[in-house]
Design a protein around this ligand. Structure first.
Ligand code: DGJ
Length: 710
C-alpha cells in the first residue's frame, strides 16, 4: 500500500508517496500545504495518472532515484556495472529509516544487483531542499559506478530556464532559454567548479523575473566535475538532475564500499528570483553547515596583486600600508610573489618558504608594520599547485597528478599536486601550518589557477573526485587548527564558488575583473545564490587592468559596495582629492556594512536593459539602501520611478542620496529634488507611486538610503 509523507519548510512543503516495493517519489513540491483527516488517502487515489497508448503498461514512476531498469529512459539516475552485469538495477525492500518534520531517510535494496541506496532529503527552515544519496556495494566483487544523479521533479508549468555561463573575467552571465523537449545539459569536466559552467540553475514559468513568477533554484555543492540536466521526458513530465560528473573508471566500489554524492541544494518560490535569493542567502548565513562568519564584520581589504603583481618592493609596501590605514582600510593581503623563486608566474609554486631576496628578515617586519597601522595581515597561497621550476617538483615529480606515457599539460605554467597522495598532502599541510604558526596571519587567499587534465593518481586511476575530497580535508584540518583564520576561495577569479568549498571557506573571489561595468553583471549572477558579504569586490584603478576601460571613482566604489569591499590598485597613485572622496565613501560603507551584509537583497525589474536597480532591506523594514546603476545609455531620456514594495505601508521614510550625482549636467537642465534635499515619503507612496529618478549618464551609479522616521 502506498503511504504519504510530508516535509515542511517555512513556506514550502514536499509531499512524497512510497511503498515497501517502490522507491519514494515526490508528488508535490511547492507552497506550504497541510492535509485534513483522511485526505492523504484520497490524494493517493487521485495521483494515479493515466497511461498513454504505446507506453509501458503501468505508469513509470519518476522516483527519488529514477532508473533505466524501471523504464525511465530519459531520467536514469544510476549507471554502473559489475563486470558487465547488474547494469540495470531496480530497488525494492524500501525502508523508512527516519522521518521528522523536515527530514527523512530511506534505504532500499536491489538483492539481485547487491546494491543498497540510502536517500536523505531535508527541507530546512530556510526552504532549501537538500538531497544526498549514498550507494553501497553489498556484493563480493567490485562494482564500477559511472553516474549517480540527484533527481528532483519540477512543475509542468516550468517553461524557461536561466543558466550561468561565462569565462575568466566574465563569470556568472545569466543566459535565458525556453525549455522544449527533450533535455538540456550543463556539464563541467575542468576538475574545479569552473569559470564557465558553475553548477547553478534557475527554472520557472514564462517570463519569471526578479520580483514575480514561480521559480526553482538548483545548486550542486561540489568543487569538481559536475553536471546538471533538465529533462522533459516523453510523456511531458519535467525534472532536474545533478551530480558529480565521474570520469570513466573513477569510482570502483570494492565489496562493502560506498560512494556518497555531493549535496544538491534546491529551492522553490512564488516570489520570483528574489524569493530564491532570500532562501539561499538566509540558509548560507544561518546554517551551521557553512563557516561563513568568523569576525563580527567583514574587513575592508587592500590586496597587493594589481598594485604590484610580482614586483614586491618593501618600501612601497610600507607606503601602501600607510595609505590604506589613512583611508580606513582594515585588512592587508599580500598576494602572489612573496615566496622563494616567485618572481614571475613560471616559478616557485610549491616552495612555500618566504623569499629571501624580497624579505631578507622574513615577513615579520611587514606584519608588524601592518598590525601597528591597525590592519590585519592576510597572505596568498596556491597550495594545490607546483611549477616545474621549483624545488618541490625537482625533488618529487611523482607527486603530480599525471598519466604515465603522456606529456602532462601545463596550465599557467604549473602542474597539480596529487593531494590524495599522503606524502604530498603532508608536505603542503606542514608548509601551511608552519607559516600560520610562525606568523600572525588572519586570512588566507587560497588560489587555484588551472583546470585539471589527465588527472591520474600514482596507479594511473582518475583522481578528480579524490582531489576534491583531499582539498576539503586539508581545509577542514586548517579550520580546526586555526579557527580564527578566515579563508577566501579564489580560482582564477570565480572558478571555485560553490557550497562545497564554502563549508570550509569564508569569502569567495568573485572575479579577476575589477571593471565595474563587467562587475555589475558578474555580481548580479553570482549574488542570486550567494549573499553579498561573501563576494569579494575590489575598487580598482581608473583604467581597469583586465578591460582597459576608464571608469569614474563613484562607479567603481559603489559597484564594490554591495559586497565585501576591497581595494586592488596602487593606492599611492590616488590624488589628495580622490583620497578625501574615498575616505568619505568608506565611512558610508562602514555605516551601512551591517545592513548590506545582513539584509534581504532585492533586485527591481526595470524596462531599461542598461540599468540595474538593487538594494537591501533590513529584517525589521526600518532601513533600506538601494543602488541605481546606469550601466549603458538610458533607453529613455527621462528616467522612470523607483517603486519599492518592500517597506511598511504606513510608515514614513527619510530618503537621502548618499553620493553626489556625477557629470549629469550635459544631459539634464534641471535635476530632481532628491539631488538637493532629503525627502520624506510613506511606504505606501514608495510602493505605488515611487521615487522619481534623475537622468543618469552611462556608467554612473547612485546610492539612496531609506530610514524610517521615528
Ligand atoms: C589569480 C587570482 O584570481 C588573482 O587575484 C591573483 O591572486 C593571481 N591569481 C595571483 O597569481
Amino acid at each position: 500500500m502506498n503511504k504519504i509523507l510530508t516535509l515542511q519548510g517555512n513556506h514550502t512543503s514536499v509531499v512524497l508517496s512510497y511503498s515497501i516495493d517502490m522507491l519514494p517519489q515526490i508528488v508535490y513540491w511547492g507552497d506550504k500545504v497541510a492535509f485534513s483527516q483522511g485526505e492523504e488517502e484520497q490524494l493517493i487515489q487521485q495521483l494515479i495518472t493515466p497511461v498513454p497508448q504505446a507506453f509501458l503498461d503501468n505508469q513509470v514512476v519518476i522516483s527519488l532515484l529514477p532508473l533505466l531498469g524501471e523504464g525511465n529512459f530519459q531520467a536514469n539516475a544510476l549507471a554502473g556495472n559489475r563486470q558487465q552485469l547488474h547494469w540495470a538495477p531496480k530497488f525494492g525492500r524500501v525502508e523508512l529509516v527516519s522521518h521528522e518534520l523536515n527530514a527523512l531517510v530511506f534505504v532500499a535494496y536491489d538483492d539481485t544487483a547487491q546494491l543498497k541506496v540510502q536517500i536523505e532529503l531535508r527541507l530546512n527552515s530556510w526552504d532549501i531542499l537538500e538531497k544526498q544519496i549514498k550507494l553501497t556495494n553489498l556484493g563480493d566483487n567490485d562494482y564500477q559506478l559511472d553516474e549517480l544523479l540527484l533527481s528532483l521533479p519540477i512543475s509542468a508549468h516550468v517553461s524557461e530556464m536561466i543558466q550561468f555561463h561565462g569565462r575568466w573575467i566574465h563569470e556568472f552571465q545569466p543566459q535565458r532559454s525556453r525549455i522544449e523537449q527533450p533535455c538540456y545539459l550543463i556539464e563541467n569536466l575542468k576538475g574545479r567548479t569552473s569559470n564557465d559552467n558553475p553548477p547553478l540553475l534557475l527554472v520557472g514559468n514564462t517570463g519569471f523575473n526578479y520580483q514575480s513568477g514561480m521559480v526553482y533554484g538548483f545548486h550542486l555543492g561540489w568543487s569538481g566535475n559536475h553536471k546538471i540536466k533538465l529533462s522533459v521526458v516523453d510523456d511531458g513530465r519535467k525534472l532536474v538532475q545533478s551530480g558529480e560528473r565521474l570520469l570513466s573508471g573513477e569510482i570502483n566500489l570494492r565489496s562493502g564500499a560506498s560512494y556518497t554524492t555531493p549535496c544538491l541544494y534546491a529551492s522553490y518560490s512564488t516570489s520570483g528570483i528574489n524569493g530564491i535569493s532570500h532562501n539561499f542567502h538566509r540558509f548560507i548565513r544561518q546554517s551551521k553547515q557553512f563557516a561563513t562568519h568568523i569576525l563580527p564584520y567583514r574587513p575592508i581589504h587592500i590586496n597587493t596583486w594589481e598594485a604590484m603583481y610580482f614586483q614586491h618592493d618593501i618600501t612601497m609596501l610600507y607606503q601602501l600600508v600607510d595609505r590604506a590605514a589613512s583611508l580606513g582600510i582594515e585588512r592587508f593581503v599580500l598576494d602572489d610573489g612573496w615566496f622563494n623563486g616567485r618572481h614571475h608566474e613560471r616559478a616557485g609554486l610549491g616552495d612555500w618558504f618566504v623569499g629571501q631576496s624580497k624579505y631578507p628578515n622574513g615577513l615579520q617586519p611587514l606584519i608588524d608594520y601592518v598590525e601597528n597601522a591597525g590592519l590585519q595581515f592576510g597572505l596568498w597561497f596556491e597550495p594545490e599547485m607546483v611549477n616545474p621550476d621549483s624545488d618541490l617538483f625537482r625533488n618529487h615529480p611523482e607527486w603530480c597528478l599525471q598519466l604515465s606515457g603522456y606529456q602532462q599539460r601545463l596550465g599557467r605554467y604549473q602542474y597539480v599536486l596529487n593531494l590524495a597522495n599522503s606524502a604530498a598532502y603532508d608536505y603542503i599541510k606542514t608548509c601551511l601550518v608552519n607559516l600560520l604558526t610562525e606568523y600572525s596571519i588572519g586570512y588566507i587567499k587560497w588560489d587555484m589557477n588551472r583546470d585539471l587534465v589527465q588527472a591520474g593518481d600514482n596507479s594511473g586511476h582518475p583522481s578528480m573526485h579524490e582531489q576534491v575530497l583531499a582539498t576539503y580535508r586539508l581545509l577542514a584540518e586548517l579550520n580546526q587548527l586555526f579557527p580564527e583564520v578566515e579563508i577566501e576561495s579564489c580560482s582564477s577569479g570565480g572558478a571555485r564558488v560553490d557550497l562545497g568549498i564554502l563549508r570550509y571557506t569564508n569569502r569567495v573571489w568573485t572575479s579577476d575583473c575589477n571593471d565595474p561595468y563587467e562587475r555589475q553583471t558578474i555580481q548580479e549572477g553570482c549574488g542570486i545564490f550567494f549573499p553579498p558579504e561573501l563576494l569579494g569586490s575590489h575598487f580598482g584603478p581608473e583604467q581597469a587592468h583586465t578591460t582597459n576601460r576608464l571608469m569614474t571613482l563613484d562607479y567603481r566604489f559603489f559597484t564594490a559596495f554591495f559586497a565585501n569591499l576591497g581595494f586592488e590598485q596602487n593606492l599611492l597613485e590616488l590624488s589628495d582629492g580622490e583620497c578625501n572622496q574615498l575616505r568619505e565613501y568608506i565611512s558610508i560603507y562602514k555605516q551601512y556594512r551591517h545592513l548590506v551584509h545582513s539584509g534581504d537583497l532585492v533586485r527591481i525589474d526595470t524596462h531599461d536593459v542598461g540599468q540595474k536597480i538593487y538594494g537591501v532591506i533590513s529584517s525589521t523594514q526600518q532601513q533600506a539602501l538601494f543602488a541605481i546603476a546606469q550601466n549603458d545609455f538610458p533607453q529613455q531620456m527621462v528616467a522612470g520611478k523607483l517603486r519599492l514594495p518592500y517597506l511598511v505601508a504606513d510608515k514614513l521614510y527619510r530618503i537621502k542620496l548618499l553620493n553626489a550625482q556625477e557629470n549629469t549636467g550635459y544631459l539634464m537642465k534641471q535635476n530632481i529634488p532628491l539631488s538637493r534635499q532629503e525627502l520624506i515619503l510613506s511606504g505606501k507612496v514608495l510602493t505605488h507611486i515611487g521615487l522619481q529618478l534623475p537622468i543618469m549618464h552611462p556608467q554612473s551609479i547612485l546610492l539612496i538610503s531609506f530610514d524610517e522616521v521615528k
